[in-house]
Design a protein around this ligand. Sequence first.
Ligand SMILES: NC(=O)c1ccc[n+]([C@@H]2O[C@H](COP(=O)([O-])OP(=O)(O)OC[C@H]3O[C@@H](n4cnc5c(N)ncnc54)[C@H](OP(=O)(O)O)[C@@H]3O)[C@@H](O)[C@H]2O)c1
Length: 328
Amino acid sequence: MKSIRIQRYGGPEVLQRCETDLPRPGLGEVLVRVRHAGINFMDVHTRQGKYAQSRTYPVRLPCTLGMEGAGEVVGLGADVSGLHSGDRVAWCLSWGSYAEFAAVPAARLAPVPEALALDRAAAAMFPGCTAHYLAHDVAALAPGKACLVHAASGVIGQLLVQFAKRLGATVLATTSSAEKAAVARACGADHVLGYEGFADAVRELTAGQGADVVFDAIGRDTLRQSLRATRMRGLVVNYGAVSGALNDLDPLELGEAGSLFLTRPRLADHLTDATTTRRRAAAVFGGLMDGSLKLDIAGRYTLDDVEAAHAALEERRQVGKAVLTLPA
Ligand SMILES: NC(=O)c1ccc[n+]([C@@H]2O[C@H](COP(=O)([O-])OP(=O)(O)OC[C@H]3O[C@@H](n4cnc5c(N)ncnc54)[C@H](OP(=O)(O)O)[C@@H]3O)[C@@H](O)[C@H]2O)c1
């Protein structure tokens, strides 16, 4: 089968087109014919080696890239029940979706309703489940709460804004351009700001208090200012670090900023069993189907040009989701 693998960490040049044997589904695994793979910033981080030492997301080289996809079940490993050949499924947090076939743990699979196209399911599974747990479980957003969503035109940013609005929160958002600001507004953001001086702007818009919750996946470039944008005893959710990690944060700074709570959550700890995976996926897929959630597929790629997809993410040019379509 055709796949995209890395044998070492580095820039887009380490992505290799390979011809390999089909993976064999092991105990509790399912063999899936991959139709579409989601292309995510996490793939860039994986390629760069940022998970080389991770216990949550262990990566072993050589690694077939891609940790989100959708397709049909074509084989079952031992000790798998309730799934059948031909079932339409989507998954995330299992590596190997930049390939024609993938062996995926059954507990990571969610059914895809007939009414939802597989490319949309592949696009939404990972960012949808992420935005779902961040808004509902980490931040417990509700009417009367104000949150700040950084990079609100990013894939998770867009979905976070939409879930936050559905939960009744007031949403402040940051983006880096007028075009991206329009995307954040279309998702329902109440106020859209630039990054320059955002903490002061957030305080002005919240009667001097600051936001109850700040969602920050930018990291080094914004996290310190995010502390200043948060109200006393508020919550800072640092769920990523696209600009690099802030390595010198002293806990005392949380005290000085108003006894803040800072968390660095991971989807793996909020997608711990099949029931939770299916519950979150059902909420996301249901929203896409009834129109209450939207996520545009803004970039379509094949195995031949996946480097361009990674470049668009790293250069901040991708607005909306990028999807890799495998050969028919
Ligand atoms: N913790 C979790 O559970 C979890 C789960 C999934 C993903 N993540 C992480 O969440 C982060 C965002 O993922 P995503 O898929 O939403 O990414 P995305 O769609 O590519 O959005 C990233 C956005 O960040 C902004 N940005 C600011 N500084 C940047 C820089 N130096 N380089 C690139 N982009 C920069 C850009 O928007 P502006 O130009 O408007 O600033 C960009 O559009 C990633 O770090 C990912 O690994 C975490």
